[in-house]
Write a protein that binds this ligand. Structure first.
Ligand code: ATP
Ligand code: MG
Length: 491
């Protein structure tokens, strides 16, 4: 009798709702095979949450799926079409180096896009090679997982495999594929594509699909398309407020990099701000500061106005009426954003309720931080841990006065000192993915194949509000921060 090899259940349970949309929305295409795939980093917790079999996925057959060399049962791989305003200029785009292999439905019944980024050319590749380099894919892995741990909606990272192929950028670099997980990859740019290159019915189909997938509670609203616009505006206002509160700079807020689900997407030239300065920019090609930290809320509103334009024909038969509705909805963005940001800032200072002077208290602190080039994260951490002597502001008279006002403010509220402290601990991360730390981890992985530094970094980033001693040791900022990553970020 021949011995039968036990078959491991893979856990893949894929649906392809996107492939049921009109054909113009995507191109079905199988990933290009790569010569020698090797798994270099794997997210066990996420795999388990997705109902996947970790052991199987890490086996040769499983890695073949993560490399695009084999397609799991039930998969219909496709590249999504989209368009977008890049630095203000409108272009036809689409997944030029990514493929959606399907939507995984874990036992919980949720639905998650599974996408391979770097999986080879597609009809939307334009002049690109369809590939991604190892460094930037590991960088996306680290920062997206850190964002998730910080409580910020984001696409997730399941795995990175190296391909065994070199790709050519300025130099020869090792190629890699990231498996990205998202509530969906619907972008403002997906709507722009439908509106500019399709029919009104295409936009309606896409809007209905989006409502069913992300906003089912508005399906029966009187004007469901206006509700969709309002919901997306709310989610983006919440998201961008969360970015600002932790000092995250996205770096390429093009409309194709803004999701409809309200998740952060595309970790290209992003980074966390060290010294507080609203003018901080990370992208080496952002000459105007369009995507500077302090400009992110404005750009959020600008992008959402582009989204609103795509929905105009659906909002009302009378286009003047439609424009009025859309303008009003867009006008709400600033209000929602400010409410979220302001509530978050009060929490960072341990303030529970709202007083009229709070706005000035916050503004004065930020101004001082800017004038003294104080580190954003570490200043709030020092306030949280009552280690004021650790801030760059400590010796200033101005700060002493401010501190008195702040202490007096805290005394005016009912909550106990412990509750105040807890609120601050939960609102001020002890650790964020500092770029110099990320760079060291990437260098060790890419140059020497040593992933232990990256694993350690991922571990300390996974509980940012724990405030452990070990995390403190990760928080020092060198006097001269190496800015060379400005050219490293990107593709
Ligand atoms: N190496 C490449 N080959 C082909 N197309 C590419 C390549 N790099 C980027 N693109 C395409 O250029 C456009 C803009 O790129 P951008 O950097 O915003 O996206 P990305 O990082 O590739 O992907 P995503 O937004 O999905 O994270 C997208 O259409 C993208 O697919
Ligand atoms: Mg992009």
């Amino acid at each position: 009798m021949t011995e039968e090899k036990p078959m491991l259940e893979t856990g893949w349970n894929l649906d392809n709702s996107y492939a049921r949309l009109p054909k113009s929305f995507f191109t079905k295409i199988t990933p290009n095979a790569v010569p020698s795939p090797e798994l270099v980093i794997f997210n066990d917790t996420l795999a388990t949450n997705l109902g996947l079999n970790n052991v199987e996925l890490k086996s040769k057959d499983g890695v073949a799926v993560l490399a695009g060399n084999s397609i799991p049962e039930g998969s219909i791989p496709l590249a999504q079409a989209y368009a977008g305003h890049q630095f203000g200029n409108f272009n036809m785009l689409g997944d030029g180096r990514a493929l959606l292999i399907g939507e995984q439905i874990p036992p919980s019944g949720d639905r998650f896009d599974i996408q391979l980024k770097g999986s080879g050319p597609t009809p939307y590749s334009r002049n690109g090679d369809g590939r991604a380099a190892l460094g930037p894919m590991l960088r996306e892995y680290i920062i997206s997982e850190a964002m998730h741990a910080l409580g910020i909606p984001t696409t997730r990272s399941l795995a990175v495999v190296t391909t065994g192929e070199s790709i050519i950028r300025e130099t020869e670099l090792p190629g890699a594929i990231l498996t990205r997980v998202a509530a969906s990859h619907l972008r403002v740019g997906t709507f722009q594509y439908a509106a500019n290159f399709g029919t009104i019915e295409d936009v309606r189909t896409l809007a209905d699909y989006t409502i069913e997938r992300h906003y089912p509670h508005i399906a029966d609203d009187e004007n469901r398309y206006l509700s969709l616009l309002q919901e997306v505006i709310k989610r983006q206002a919440e998201l961008i407020a969360k970015w600002q509160l932790v000092g995250f700079i996205h770096g390429v807020m093009n409309t194709d990099n803004m999701t409809i689900s309200g998740e952060t997407i595309d970790y290209g030239p992003c980074a966390f701000m060290d010294a507080y300065n609203p003018a901080t920019v990370f992208s080496s090609i952002d000459y105007q500061g369009r995507y500077a930290y302090g400009n992110q809320p404005y750009i959020g509103g600008w992008n959402l106005a582009r989204f609103a334009e795509t929905l105009l024909p659906l909002l009302d038969d009378d286009q003047n009426e439609a424009i009025k509705m859309a303008t009003e909805a867009i006008g709400e963005f600033n209000k929602f954003y400010h409410e979220n940001w302001y509530a978050g800032m009060r929490a960072k200072l341990g303030i529970f309720n709202e007083e009229k002077e709070d706005e000035k208290l916050i503004e004065d602190l930020l101004n001082m931080m800017q004038n003294h080039s104080a580190d954003y994260t570490n200043t709030f951490r020092a306030l949280t841990l009552d280690k004021l002597e650790e801030t760059a502001l400590f010796n200033s008279e101005e700060f002493k006065l401010w501190n008195e006002l702040w202490q007096a403010r805290l005394k005016r509220q009912q909550e106990s000192k412990d509750d105040t402290l807890q609120l601050m601990r939960n609102s001020n991360p002890a650790i964020i993915p500092r770029n110099h730390r990320v760079e060291v981890a990437l260098e060790s992985a890419v140059e020497n194949g040593d992933y232990s530094v990256m694993e350690k970094l991922l571990e300390v980033l996974s509980k940012p509000y724990a405030h452990t001693q070990e995390q403190m040791d990760f928080c020092t900022v060198p006097a001269e921060i190496d800015q060379s990553y400005r050219t490293y970020c990107g593709t």
